[in-house]
Design a protein around this ligand. Structure first.
Ligand code: ATP
Ligand code: MG
Length: 342
């Protein structure tokens, strides 16, 4: 009897985990896994939304005057609430079409450093986008759970999540965040420093997408065994015409170095604040890197050199937070009562 009841309730309720990121949004449905991953971009014309996600990203920087491609999150938090809500509504709908007759419970991952007002904005956007209940989880906690760290143990675990907008460094023990630090310096800032470098050095104006492309194709944090080159197209600021220049990976590393130092400093500060017993645990366990930024070549080597600790890159850094929301949904009822619920 009770099992029939459970089956029926299951038909009418479902749980969705969302990694609402500055660069990418991922949706994880309980018992199904990650069903959607798309860029957090919306193309609008006046008041009207023309495209969301992949389709909108293709338009970034290439839109005719009246169409604007907006990234509604900046530095990990909501910069445009109206557009965030529309984007969330679209993503929830797209990933859950077969459940149209009920509203989901939603668990959203948020940066650890955000203010009460910023939390409220996430809750409001999610409820207006169709959530029946909204719960929040801090991104580094979700990332740690996602990569399978033993967060419940009484031992220190450290996660560094380098996303598009923020780098979050967290020390976790006994299912709680002992200390965390969030710096608004991550993938976007790395792209920006490539844009300024190209302007300064070559008088070449390049767009955000080109900058990201350079970072992904030849960017690095540590000298490479074999250095790389790449042809970059942009607009010559003096002649005003399209131009191509060839750049080397050494130059890109130089362009990224200041931002990378900020990230390294955030890790070192967290280590300095670490209680001695937990610091001792890290000597063996090391640090886990997650978020898209973890894919930057040689970042593990740089962090190893600067901290002396073993560095592990998550198996799928871009999915860690979303995986973590999925695993947390399995225990949502417990989680709702736990101390770290938002
Ligand atoms: N191979 C790569 N090398 C370097 N950077 C990469 C690579 N692949 C993706 N990235 C960068 O990772 C970032 C996106 O990562 P991710 O999806 O984890 O961010 P996010 O969760 O949307 O952002 P946030 O958590 O800050 O809100 C982008 O800046 C992207 O350029
Ligand atoms: Mg993220």
């Amino acid at each position: 009897m009770s099992s029939i009841f459970r089956k029926i309730t299951k038909l009418f309720t479902y749980d969705v985990g969302i990694d609402l990121g500055t660069a990418n949004t991922l949706v994880n449905i309980k018992d199904q896994g990650i069903v959607l991953r798309e860029p957090s971009v919306v193309a609008v014309k006046g008041e009207k939304v023309l495209a969301v996600g992949d389709e909108a990203k293709r338009m970034l920087g290439r839109t005719p005057g009246s169409v604007v491609a907006i990234r509604p999150l900046k530095d990990g938090v909501i910069a445009d609430s109206e557009i965030t809500e529309q984007m969330l509504r679209y993503f929830i709908k797209k990933s859950t079409s077969r459940y149209y007759f009920c509203k989901p419970r939603v668990l959203v991952a948020i940066p650890s450093g955000i203010t009460e007002v910023e939390r409220r904005a996430v809750r409001d956007a999610a409820s207006r986008a169709g959530a029946r209940e909204v719960h929040l989880i801090e991104e580094p906690m979700a990332a740690a759970i996602g990569v399978g760290l033993p967060v419940q143990e009484a031992a220190g675990n450290m996660v560094v999540d380098i996303g598009g907008g923020t780098t979050e460094v967290a020390l976790i023990s006994l299912s709680g965040i002992v200390y965390s630090r969030s710096v608004r310096c991550a993938g976007d800032e790395l792209d920006d420093s490539i844009i300024s470098y190209m302007r300064r050095t070559y008088n070449l104006m390049i767009g955000e997408r080109t900058a990201e492309d350079i970072k992904i194709r030849i960017g690095s944090a540590y000298p490479l065994e074999k250095e790389l080159t790449m042809d970059v197209k942009g607009r010559d600021l003096v002649a005003g015409l399209p131009k191509t220049v060839t750049i080397r990976s050494e130059e890109v590393r130089e362009a990224l170095s200041e931002q990378l130092n900020t990230i390294v400093d955030a890790v070192r500060t967290t280590l300095e604040r670490c209680p001695p017993e937990l610091a001792a645990d890290l000597v063996d366990r090391g640090i886990v890197l997650a978020g898209g930024g973890a894919l930057l070549r040689g970042l593990d080597k740089l962090l190893h050199e600067q901290t002396g600790l073993p560095i592990h890159i998550a198996e799928d850094p871009l999915s860690a937070v979303a995986e973590g929301t999925g695993k947390t949904l399995q225990e949502l009822d417990f989680f709702v009562n736990a101390t770290y619920s938002g």
